[in-house]
Design a protein around this ligand. Structure first.
Ligand SMILES: Nc1ncnc2c1ncn2[C@@H]1O[C@H](COP(=O)(O)OP(=O)(O)OP(=O)(O)O)[C@@H](O)[C@H]1O
Ligand SMILES: [Mg+2]
Length: 433
């Protein structure tokens, strides 16, 4: 400031001197002209620099600073530094903003930002697919015009966002169940958060079904046993009758025992995420064990044919494989009527896959049941299966063991003719002896 006052005084003195010189050599007007000329020099210089400043600001090139001197150079230099800092700050803010957007995009959930009038300010790609939105098209649209479900419109108008809202049949294929909740932030804005809970709901339903099925399967033999017990206790039975009732009770107890055993096998298989051991299992040895089982179960009521590869071993867990194979054999024996034929074979095919198959001449299975056979407790004819003592867990166990050995369970069946259940093992599980 002091420098400015000094300059002003210096200029004034110069103007007075110029006036004095002009006046003494010529006249008053010329003196005034001299003084004005002196004053207008810095004024003209300022105008030129103002024009340079204007051009500099207009062109937007921060680094292209016009060359000046003195105060103007200082001013322009400071302006350049200020603009540079601003530009850097803006770049940082933009990068941060971009990172926020990327983070929201990376979220596995749908996110919509709503302004204080419930208009869409931003949404991620998942929200677009859940709600059929298109951010470019729908930005600043009222959300309740776009998500037209009555339960959502009610939720939005009630303004009570403490609890989430479940909306069924959403998503591109109308097959998703979404859990939607709004969270307030900033000034009266809301973040709409949508989570796909379809699988969770399915798992919950499966768990409920499972508990219901187990209870049901246990209750039936228990009720029968209670009935027998009451009879034995209340009636005066002779020894033979008593033995008969006790034998029937034993049968029911065995049913419960096998149910519990199967459930434990399944639970162990599910809990065991380790791949099965790679034991080399001699195919003929496996076959001999199965032959024993099959003949003992059949009591000579079926005709068996066994076919076994002698030159290969199967790599896997012997206990698990034997359990899977004997489940398939037991089914063939149980469901094939007396006199039926059962072919059991363990061979290596032309592309070196190990194939275990059980072919029977039983009642066969119609096509609509085939995809569901490996579900737990699934039985085609519950009452018939009850007679044969089945609980519907056998094929679920087979499927699990097959998966653990990267094998495929293939079922073909012609109703009235018979069925073939086979397990196809990948070549890396077959070794030449
Ligand atoms: N070889 C077969 N021929 C005809 N139906 C079959 C055959 N194998 C299985 N099934 C049908 O598939 C259903 C499911 O079989 P799965 O082995 O899972 O259960 P299950 O035999 O009833 O009981 P368990 O748990 O004692 O094996 C059976 O109830 C039966 O209806
Ligand atoms: Mg079975």
């Amino acid at each position: 400031m002091v420098a400015v006052i000094f300059r002003f005084i210096f200029l004034l003195i110069l103007a007075i001197i110029a006036f004095g010189v002009g006046k003494s050599f010529f006249n008053d007007q010329i003196g005034l002209g001299f003084a004005l000329a002196i004053v207008s020099v810095p004024l003209a210089y300022s105008y030129i620099n103002l024009a340079r400043l204007r051009k500099y600001i207009m062109q937007g090139e921060i680094e292209n600073l016009p060359s000046t001197s003195g105060n103007w150079e200082d001013i322009l230099f400071r302006l350049q530094r200020f603009l540079r800092t601003q530009k850097n700050q803006l770049r940082d803010i933009e990068a941060q903003h971009e990172r926020f957007i990327q983070a929201f995009q990376a979220s596995p959930n749908g996110i919509v930002m709503l302004d204080d009038r419930d208009q869409i300010e931003w949404c991620n790609a998942i929200a677009e697919s859940y709600f059929g939105l298109n951010f470019k098209r729908d930005a600043l649209q009222q959300i309740n015009y776009l998500i037209r479900r009555p339960e959502f419109i009610r939720y939005l108008s009630d303004r009570n966002f403490n609890e989430p809202l479940l909306i069924e049949q959403m998503g591109p294929a109308n097959n998703l169940t979404l859990m939607v909740q709004l969270f307030p932030f900033s000034e009266n804005r809301h973040l709409l958060f949508a989570q796909d809970i379809t699988d969770l709901r399915k798992t919950e339903a499966m768990r409920r079904d499972f508990v219901a099925n187990v209870s049901h399967e246990m209750r039936t033999p228990l009720t029968v046993m209670m009935g027998f017990l009451e009879t034995v206790l209340s009636l005066d039975l002779d020894e033979a009758q008593r033995t008969r009732y006790l034998e029937m009770m034993q049968l029911q107890a065995k049913r419960m025992q096998s149910l519990v055993e199967d459930l434990l096998i399944l639970a162990n298989l599910e809990a065991n995420i380790q791949p099965p051991l790679l034991q080399a299992i001699d195919m003929p040895v496996l076959m001999a064990l199965l032959k024993n089982d099959a003949e003992a179960l059949s009591h000579g009521k079926h005709i068996f044919e066994f076919n076994c590869d002698q030159a290969h071993d199967l790599l896997g867990n012997q206990k698990e494989l034997l359990s899977a194979f004997s489940n398939l054999v037991a089914n063939a024996v149980h469901y094939t009527p007396e006199g039926g034929k059962i072919k059991i074979s363990l061979v290596v095919n032309e592309v070196d896959q190990g194939i275990f198959s059980v072919e029977d001449t039983g009642p066969g299975i119609s096509a609509e049941h085939l995809p569901r056979l490996t579900e737990r407790f699934y039985r085609i004819d519950r009452s018939r299966s009850r007679e044969t003592g089945g609980t519907g867990l056998g094929l679920a166990i087979v499927k699990h063991i097959a998966n653990r050995h990267q094998a495929q369970l293939l079922i073909t069946s012609v109703p009235g003719k018979g069925s073939t259940f086979s397990l196809q093992f990948p070549t890396q599980r077959v070794v030449t002896v």
